[in-house]
Write a protein of this length. Structure first.
Length: 321
């Protein structure tokens, strides 16, 4: 869907992007992460055809965004970190104005505004002025404006900045719904907790260079094996002995109340293990795939050293699991 090739961009005295390449698959939500000043916003602006790179290219759905930026803008939505709204216009007026500005056919403007409002849960706010909305509602209105023309790609720069926890949860639900509706999404943030619940991939930028791009949200799988976490309600020193008796099981970490194990990615084998443990009177409180949080995955890769070569649609080096 998005093909980024050898992007290089300089500010006076500083290289903001250094030969960045990656391919972003359709129907994914990519968390673009890195410290402040890493080059995240610059990368998004180049992908949105707002800045032209010194070298390299970006294509969206086969279209070079810098060769034909107007056509590219019809296929994408972009929301920068700092955005403005027409505070004296109602939500409905804002959406209809944006639809016309995006070239939506006059006969479809009303329907497009209504659909965008429904997708962002704003139908009960259509008659309210933008200037009276809370921060969270203003953010949702801005996103509704960005998707008014039903783009294939949506790029958001720090969308949850300044939102309260409830508004962040609502935003996560909106982004998952948009992905399910067919959009490919890139979300930039340096606050990893914002991205945990909805990202499918993580792209790490550091000092203008791509450290890694790989899938998230999967159990740690290697050659048909899966990593699982077992938690007991009551601690038992017999847990280690019981696990050692299970064939084709590797213990990653263990204490009397918890264990992280690796075994075949086979649901019947997992059910058999659980049945065995319960039959031996272990009080199993939880048994599920073990997944590192986004922050843990990020810190692991940042500490790993030099940037790596990214392959199309896959991971560079160790997978993010």
């Amino acid at each position: 869907m998005i093909d980024i090739q050898n992007l290089t961009y300089d500010y006076p005295g500083r290289r903001a992007l250094d030969n960045v390449s990656a391919q972003i698959a359709p129907l994914t939500i990519t968390a673009l992460v890195g410290p402040n000043g890493a080059g995240k916003s610059t990368l998004l602006r180049i992908c949105a055809a707002l800045d032209r790179p010194f070298a390299g290219s970006v294509t969206i759905d086969g279209l070079d965004v810098h060769d034909d930026p107007r056509a590219a803008h019809r296929r994408m939505g972009f929301l920068p970190d700092f955005f403005g709204l027409y505070d004296d216009l109602t939500v409905q007026q804002c959406l209809r104005y944006r639809a016309q500005a995006q070239g939506v056919a006059s006969s479809s403007v009303v329907a497009a505004a209504q659909r965008a409002a429904e997708r962002l849960d704003l139908t009960d706010r259509l008659k309210e002025k933008a200037g009276t909305l809370s921060r969270g509602l203003r953010q949702r209105l801005a996103i509704a404006q960005a998707i008014i023309h039903d783009p294939k790609v949506l790029m958001l720069d720090e969308p949850a900045s300044g939102l309260d926890p409830e508004a962040r949860i609502a935003l996560a639900a909106v982004l998952r719904r948009l992905r399910d509706d067919g959009m490919t999404i890139i979300v930039s943030s340096h606050i990893l907790a914002e991205l945990e619940d909805y990202s499918t991939h993580m792209m790490i930028i550091r000092d203008g260079r791509l450290v890694d791009y790989a899938p998230l949200g999967q159990a740690a799988q290697t050659l048909g094996r899966v990593r699982l976490r077992l938690d007991l309600a009551d601690r038992s020193d017999a847990l280690e002995t019981a696990l050692h008796q299970i064939a084709d099981l590797t213990i990653i970490s263990l204490d009397a109340g918890h264990a992280v194990i690796e075994m075949a990615d086979d649901s019947l084998a997992h059910a058999a293990l659980l049945k065995t443990l319960v039959g031996q009177d272990f009080k199993v409180a939880s048994f599920a795939p073990d997944r590192l949080g986004l922050q843990d995955a990020y810190l692991t890769h940042v500490k790993s050293g030099a940037p790596q070569k990214i392959t199309a649609g896959g991971s560079a080096g160790v997978s993010l699991q």
